[in-house]
Design a protein around this ligand. Structure first.
Ligand SMILES: *Cc1c(COP(=O)(O)O)cnc(C)c1O
Length: 394
């Protein structure tokens, strides 16, 4: 039996969310992605997979992550804010949910070698961790600039048994790491590519969405247990969009739940100084999918900037482009400075040092929820250990 449906798959048969998405890749990859999608659908329809995946999420990752009522932050802002504590996961962020899921898929398909791209190293570490757990060979592609800046994560990946390849092309950042990983992937048919966010060609946005949807499923049950009702609003930060869609997916059909996403605003809404893709970008095909991208007048992708490496990407996942288009989610830029202030604030008043990415969501909450007295779930996507060296503590 070939299974072609699952209630949580929201793309059409060509891989589009509304007008965005699809798979714009060389023929050889298209064939590979068709097989990948079929295997993915079969897998998630098997109760035995669900059981195995949940065992790893519970006993290895440490799920369910708590939903914590942040009293001090709530008092400070004047609204009732619950933090979804993805920072407490093994390896310190939400990314491990996706890498465990994808490695199980790779294993099921008979692969023994995986590759991944990484920016600051968070997805690289999460992939290296899952590869170590399942005894797979792993190579992580990382732009040379990031490689030199993020030595701790490079060392973590190496300790976990992965090879880390420094990419010397282009701006030597995340975009170039993705290009290098895709190039290697095309040349090596026996390799599985563990993509790190809800971006890229179909079926990746659907695969990553599915594995991250555990965040929203848990949060929905937890808020009902604590408040006996749904929240008024949700907030998450957005790079490619995986932690955000993971939370949002469980509430998209609840029209009364307002949804906000914090983009990496960088130094302001100026091309080259920002990563606020949906605030400033336009539609184009980029890295295998049709979505919104920061681009110049000639239609070339423009280098992004955000103080948070995980948000520093000129593109965005196609489902977010769609949710922006139909106005289901509001995407609002948060500047570097606002994020730094929010990181310090949460550290001081709650004793939680958030990742610089997650601090964007905290800053957005402070901006839009002032004295609103709403019940909000804020996705605290990761912990800030990786960022503390770059922040002055006064
Ligand atoms: C990678 C990362 C992000 C951004 O990625 P998304 O796919 O948009 O979730 C956000 N927060 C943390 C802590 C990250 O490591």
């Amino acid at each position: 039996m070939t299974t072609t449906q699952h209630p949580e798959i929201k793309v059409d048969e060509k891989g589009f969310f509304g007008q965005f998405g699809g798979s714009f890749v060389p023929e050889i990859l298209n064939d590979k992605f068709k097989v990948l999608y079929t295997n993915f659908l079969e897998m998630i329809n098997e109760p035995s997979f669900e059981k195995e995946f949940m065992m790893y999420l519970n006993d290895y990752v440490g799920r369910p992550s708590p939903l914590y009522y942040a009293q001090n932050l709530s008092k400070y802002i004047g609204s009732k804010i619950y933090l979804k504590r993805e920072d407490l996961n093994h390896t310190g962020a939400h990314k491990i949910n996706n890498t465990i899921g994808q490695i199980l898929l790779a294993k099921r398909m008979g692969y023994t070698e995986v590759i991944a791209e990484t920016g600051a190293g968070q997805h690289g570490v999460a992939t290296a961790t899952a590869a170590a757990l399942f005894g797979m060979k792993c190579t992580v592609f990382m732009g040379r600039t990031d490689y030199d800046r993020q030595m701790m994560n490079v060392n973590r990946m190496k300790l976990l048994g992965s090879d880390v390849f420094a990419v010397e092309q282009g701006d030597k950042g995340l975009k170039d790491a993705v290009d290098a990983a895709l190039g290697y992937f095309i040349e090596h048919p026996k390799v599985y590519y563990v993509l790190g966010s809800a971006v890229g060609p179909h079926p990746y946005p659907s695969i990553v969405r599915y594995f991250q949807s555990i965040i929203g499923k848990e949060a929905r049950q937890q808020i009902i247990a604590k408040e006996n009702r749904l929240p008024d609003s949700l907030i998450a930060c957005i790079g490619g969009g995986s932690n955000a869609i993971g939370l949002f997916s469980a509430f998209l059909d609840d029209k009364d739940v307002k949804i906000y996403a914090a983009e990496g605003g960088g130094e302001g809404l100026i091309l080259g100084k920002t990563a606020a893709t949906l605030s400033l970008g336009k539609a184009m095909v980029f890295q295998g999918s049709y979505s919104i991208v920061l681009q110049d007048e000639n239609g070339n992708a423009v280098k992004s900037h955000s103080i948070a490496a995980g948000l520093d990407y000129p593109g965005i996942g196609p489902e977010h482009a769609h949710l922006h288009n139909i106005k289901r989610v509001q995407y609002i830029p948060v500047t570097d400075n606002e994020a730094v202030e929010a990181l310090k604030l949460l550290s001081k008043i709650e004793g939680i040092i958030p990742a610089m990415e997650s601090a964007h969501a905290v800053a957005l909450a402070a901006k839009i929820l002032k004295n609103k007295n709403e019940i909000t779930i804020l996705n605290l996507s990761g912990r800030g250990d990786k960022d503390v060296e770059r922040i002055s503590a006064d």
